[in-house]
Design a binder for this molecule. Structure first.
Ligand code: HPA
Length: 254
């Protein structure tokens, strides 16, 4: 990034096919290099400037340079979140493909989760922290959540995301268990991303796109699946809009 540019305040983390996107409408700046972090190389970071009057927005795909270079179970979450810290951003907005568990959720719909159940098992979930980490607030930060909700009236306004380990999809009984535990949607990518961001005091919120019915949940409905490019083309403009909302100075109500 050129030295004369203001630093980005927001990093958007995209899912599958994020780098296949046509970025031209969002004014990409010449960049795209990975950052070297103590935890390994981050994915390439791009800078977009959808509004010339505002600071640029940093953007990367958690899956790496090619569409699924690193699949969900094998992401280097620490390198991604440390890169965000190196960039100095205060907010991360991400998009995540999910399976629908709760009745009433349909493929192609959007949902902004308000909480998370972590059923992952073998991921490194802290930056070298050996102490007890007390929860300091909700899993997803209210301010960027509100910005995403303001940017898309069409989204379900809350939901509980369960994160599974992968790389295999869940069994019918596992999904029944998660449903009884309170989960509405299932994915493999939000943990430990959310918790690592909390550890370095970056506000984090996610926009989830329902790509499929979770195992055993289609019922009488035809089993549909939406793939990366559709998800990316839907989610990036919404998150850029949310980033613009967040970049405007906060005006307190009288
Ligand atoms: N299970 C786990 N992860 C997912 C799914 C699913 O059904 N859909 C998208 N990511």
């Amino acid at each position: 990034m050129s030295a004369s540019l203001a630093p980005p305040h927001t990093l958007i983390i995209g899912g599958t096919a994020a780098y296949g996107l046509e970025l031209a409408p969002y004014q990409p700046l010449p960049a795209g290099d990975p950052l070297e972090t103590p935890y390994g190389l981050s994915p390439p970071i791009h800078f977009l400037q959808p509004d010339p009057a505002r600071p640029p927005v940093a953007f990367c795909s958690r899956h790496g340079r090619h569409s699924l270079q690193h699949s969900a179970a094998f992401l280097n979450h620490r390198a991604i979140i440390w890169a965000a810290k190196m960039l100095g951003v205060s907010t991360i907005l991400s998009w995540n493909g999910v399976g629908a568990i709760a009745p009433g959720l349909e493929v192609g719909e959007l949902i902004v989760p308000h909480d998370l159940i972590d059923f992952s098992r073998s991921r490194i979930s802290t930056f070298d922290n050996k102490d007890l980490i007390a929860a300091t607030g909700p899993a997803f930060h209210p301010q960027p959540r509100a910005a995403i909700l303001a940017a898309t009236a069409a989204a379900h306004r809350q939901g509980v995301y369960v994160c599974t380990e992968g790389p295999r999809l869940e069994t019918v009984s596992e999904i029944q268990l998660y449903h009884r535990a309170g989960a509405d949607i299932v994915g493999m990518t939000l943990s430990p991303e959310v918790f690592l961001a909390q550890e370095v005091a970056i506000a984090y919120a996610s926009l989830c796109y329902i790509t499929n019915y979770a195992t055993g949940r289609a019922g009488e409905r035809p089993p549909r699946r939406q793939f990366g490019p559709t998800v990316a083309h839907t989610c990036l403009p919404i998150l850029l809009q949310a980033a613009t909302i967040l970049s405007k100075p906060f005006v307190s109500q009288p």
